[in-house]
Design a protein around this ligand. Structure first.
Ligand SMILES: NC(=O)c1ccc[n+]([C@@H]2O[C@H](COP(=O)([O-])OP(=O)(O)OC[C@H]3O[C@@H](n4cnc5c(N)ncnc54)[C@H](OP(=O)(O)O)[C@@H]3O)[C@@H](O)[C@H]2O)c1
Length: 367
C-alpha cells in the first residue's frame, strides 16, 4: 500500500523548533476522533479514525496531536488502540494537559503538579505507550506558579515518561517567561508553541511569534482552516449549511471556541482573505484549503501545521499542501496583504517608526 504513494508527494520532515526532533510538516489533529463531549457533528468512530491514521502514515505523516480532554479521553484511546498495532518509534505523539477530566474533582484541572502527574499517567494508559513525545500545556494557568508547572514538566522528562515539552495558547510575555525560567532553572527547553494561526487569525504574529523566533520555538498552527471556513465551502454572506461551521453558527457559548460562530466568521476582513486564497487557488489549479495551508507552511516560524479532517478526501486534500509545490513570493505577498489584520498600538507605531531602521546585524524581522 505504502508503495502506491509517490515519494515526492509524501510529507516533508522538519525539525520541531530548534530541537533535534524530526516531525512531518503536517501533523494530524485528532479533535474529530471519537464521539465529541461537546455534541460536535461529523465525529469519527474508531474504525474511521484508524482509517485516517493509516492514510496519514502511508503519506509520510509521523506527527499526531491529541489532548487528554478530546472526547474526554476517547481521542487518546483511539490513538492507543491504533498505535498498539504500529511500530511505536516511527511516530511522534503529542498530547496536552489543563482542562478538567472530572469536574467533580477540584484537582482534575490546571497546571499544578498533582493534575499534570495524574493526567500524564492516564494519558499513557489510554495511549498504550510508556512515553509521550511532546507534552504541551494546553493554555496558560493563572492560578499555578509557573515554577511549579515547569518543574513538574521537567521531572516528567527526567523520568522518561515525556521526551519534550511544549506550550499552547499563550501571549508573548508568557512564552518569554517560560523560556527564561526554564533556562534559569536548568530545565528542558520549551520546543514548540501550538497556537491558533491562519489567514483569518494572525494576531499572534505581533508578539507571541516574535518570542518564538527569538527563542527557536517552533509554531504548530491549530485551526489552520478556521474550522473549514478557509476551504471555500462557505460563500460571502451565506451561512454555512454543513459540518462543524453549520453546527456552531448561532452558538456563542465559551466551550465552542474551536468552532467559530457566524458572527466571528462574517467579517469583511475574513471574506477578503478567503477570496484572495480562492483567486490564487484557481490560478494554480490547487484547492483553497491547500493554498491556505501552504501559506502557513511557508511562514518561517511554523514547523508543522495541525490539520483536522472528518473525511478521507479532506485528509488527502490537506496533505497535498505538504510537498511538491510552493507559493511564489508574489503570491505570499498578495495573501499577506489581503489577510493583514489591523495592527494595534504600540505594535503599529513601533513598526512604522522603524521602517528605515534596517540593521542586518540586529535583524529581528517580522513574521
Ligand atoms: N491547542 C488548542 O487549543 C487547539 C484547539 C483546537 C484544535 N487544536 C488541534 O488542531 C487540530 C486542527 O484544528 P481544527 O480541526 O480546528 O482545524 P481546521 O483545519 O481549522 O478545521 C478542520 C475542519 O474543517 C473541515 N475540513 C478540513 N479539511 C477540509 C477540506 N479539505 N475541505 C473541506 N472541509 C474541510 C472539517 O470539518 P467539517 O467536515 O465538519 O466541515 C474539519 O474537521 C485539532 O484536531 C487539534 O489537534 C488545538
Amino acid at each position: 500500500m505504502a508503495s502506491e504513494i509517490p515519494e515526492e508527494s509524501k510529507c516533508q520532515n522538519v525539525y520541531l523548533g530548534k530541537s533535534g526532533l524530526r516531525v512531518s510538516n503536517i501533523c494530524l489533529g485528532t479533535l474529530t476522533f471519537g464521539e465529541s463531549n461537546m455534541g460536535q457533528p461529523g465525529q469519527l468512530d474508531e474504525a474511521g479514525s484508524h482509517a485516517l491514521l493509516n492514510r496519514f502514515s502511508e503519506r509520510g505523516g509521523n506527527f499526531i496531536d491529541t489532548a487528554n480532554v478530546y472526547g474526554r479521553g476517547r481521542s487518546e484511546r483511539i490513538i492507543g488502540s491504533w498505535l498498539a498495532s504500529q511500530q511505536r518509534d516511527r511516530f511522534v505523539i503529542a498530547t496536552k494537559v489543563f482542562f478538567p477530566m472530572d469536574r467533580s474533582n477540584p484537582n482534575s484541572m490546571g497546571l499544578g503538579r498533582r493534575h499534570i502527574m495524574d493526567s500524564v499517567e492516564q494519558s499513557l494508559k489510554r495511549l498504550k505507550t510508556d512515553y509521550i513525545d511532546l507534552l504541551q500545556t494546553h493554555v496558560w494557568d493563572d492560578a499555578t506558579p509557573l515554577e511549579e508547572t515547569l518543574m513538574t514538566m521537567n521531572d516528567l522528562v527526567r523520568s522518561g515518561k515525556v521526551r519534550y515539552v511544549g506550550a499552547s495558547n499563550v501571549t508573548g510575555w508568557q512564552l518569554q517567561r517560560i523560556v527564561e525560567l526554564n533556562k534559569q532553572m536548568g530545565f528542558n527547553a520549551c520546543i514548540s508553541l501550538q497556537q491558533q494561526y491562519s489567514l483569518v487569525c494572525r494576531e499572534s504574529e505581533q508578539d507571541t511569534f516574535q518570542a518564538c523566533k527569538l527563542n527557536g520555538v517552533g509554531v504548530l498552527p491549530w485551526s489552520p482552516l478556521k474550522g473549514g471556513f478557509l476551504t471555500g465551502k462557505v460563500r460571502r454572506g451565506q451561512k454555512p449549511q454543513e459540518g462543524r461551521l453549520a453546527w456552531s453558527a448561532d452558538d456563542d457559548t465559551l466551550e465552542l471556541q474551536s468552532a467559530p460562530t457566524w458572527a466571528q466568521l462574517n467579517k469583511t476582513t475574513n471574506w477578503t482573505a478567503l477570496e484572495a486564497a480562492e483567486k490564487i487557488a484557481k490560478a494554480k489549479g490547487k484547492s483553497v484549503a491547500q493554498v491556505s495551508l501552504r501559506w502557513l507552511l511557508q511562514k518561517s516560524v511554523v514547523s508543522s501545521v495541525i490539520i483536522g479532517a472528518t473525511k478521507m478526501h479532506q485528509l488527502d486534500d490537506n496533505m497535498d499542501a505538504s510537498n511538491g509545490w510552493t507559493l511564489s513570493e508574489e503570491e505570499m505577498r498578495q495573501l499577506d496583504e489581503a489577510s493583514q489584520p489591523e495592527i494595534p498600538y504600540p505594535y503599529e507605531l513601533i513598526r512604522r517608526l522603524n521602517v528605515r531602521r534596517n540593521n542586518p546585524w540586529n535583524a529581528t524581522g517580522y513574521v
